[in-house]
Design a protein around this ligand. Structure first.
Ligand code: IPE
Ligand code: IPE
Ligand code: MG
Length: 253
């Protein structure tokens, strides 16, 4: 067993880990290859990390695979990513089922070409009764899109007189996010040395611990995940309180 894995306290795992899978393009360029080559190899990391999370008993894993802004990339790259997405889902859905993994998608599905939408919907349907790891794919997703969308839906509820303006609070907002049924991520990992959020889960990351690594996504493996979890477990999460208050509550438990 890996030494890092042994260091992980199984009793205080994050319930939800979110990852910005970055660096595929640079990984490929460094090898003198086309960006799409990096995306293909990124799929191997997805497999490995999904497996790693399932083995640990993580409840939710959200993977940022394609942002709203990524639609503006060169046409060939967007087309290549769509095909990769569809072929990967087709290939992997059986394995997901075997491992009791339930697939979810967050994002603006209406932007997707029909062939991709159909494949995704089929996979959602096939895995919907699974009770193991919830694998949440953020596709055509952006935090600002999600918040604007929530505002629109809340306004509709008010207009249809299902909701009073005075009753709108944080819980209401949360209920209209794509992640309404998921807990907020406690740990957010970004690969490839970029220190930004890039429109990912803007609302949900309010109190997440952020972990950045220089490792490019196609090189990211279980060991790197364990390292992030060990780091996470060494932090003190204060939620606005003082360190002394946190120590008191920890003593009480
Ligand atoms: C992440 O890798 C995958 C997607 C955004 C689809 P990038 O393609 O952003 O790789 P870099 O950041 O250019 O190296
Ligand atoms: C964020 O990565 C989106 C995904 C990983 C899917 P980008 O590579 O698109 O982010 P920026 O452009 O460097 O901020
Ligand atoms: Mg990038």
């Amino acid at each position: 067993m890996s030494q890092l894995l042994e260091k992980i306290d199984k009793g205080s795992l994050p319930r939800h880990i979110a990852i910005i899978m970055d660096g595929n393009g640079r990984w490929a360029k460094e090898k003198g290859e086309d960006r799409l080559f990096g995306h293909y190899h990124g799929v191997e990391s997805v497999r490995n990390i999904v497996e790693g999370c399932a083995e640990l008993g993580i409840e939710y894993l959200t993977l940022y695979a394609f942002s709203t802004e990524n639609w503006d990339r060169p046409e060939y790259e967007v087309a290549g990513l769509m095909e990769l997405l569809v072929s990967t889902i087709r290939k992997e859905v059986e394995t997901l089922n075997k491992n009791k993994i339930r697939l979810h998608v967050i994002g603006d599905m209406s932007m997707f070409p029909d062939f991709a939408k159909n494949e995704l919907n089929e996979a959602l349907e096939i895995t919907k009764a699974n009770t193991g790891l919830n694998l949440v794919m953020a596709l055509s997703y952006s935090g600002r899109w999600e918040l604007a969308n929530a505002a629109k839906e809340i306004a509709r509820e008010v207009k249809e007189e299902n909701l009073n303006v005075e009753d709108i609070n944080q819980k209401t907002v949360q209920q209209f996010l794509c992640t309404a049924n998921f807990p907020d991520p406690e740990l957010m990992i970004r690969t490839s040395g970029e220190f930004r959020i890039s429109n990912f889960l803007l609302y949900q990351l309010a109190y997440a611990e952020l972990y950045f690594t220089n490792v490019r996504w196609p090189d990211f493996r279980k060991e790197n995940l364990y390292q992030a979890i060990v780091d996470f477990q060494g932090r003190e999460r204060r939620f606005g309180k003082t360190g002394e208050q946190i120590a008191e509550t920890n003593k009480a438990h």
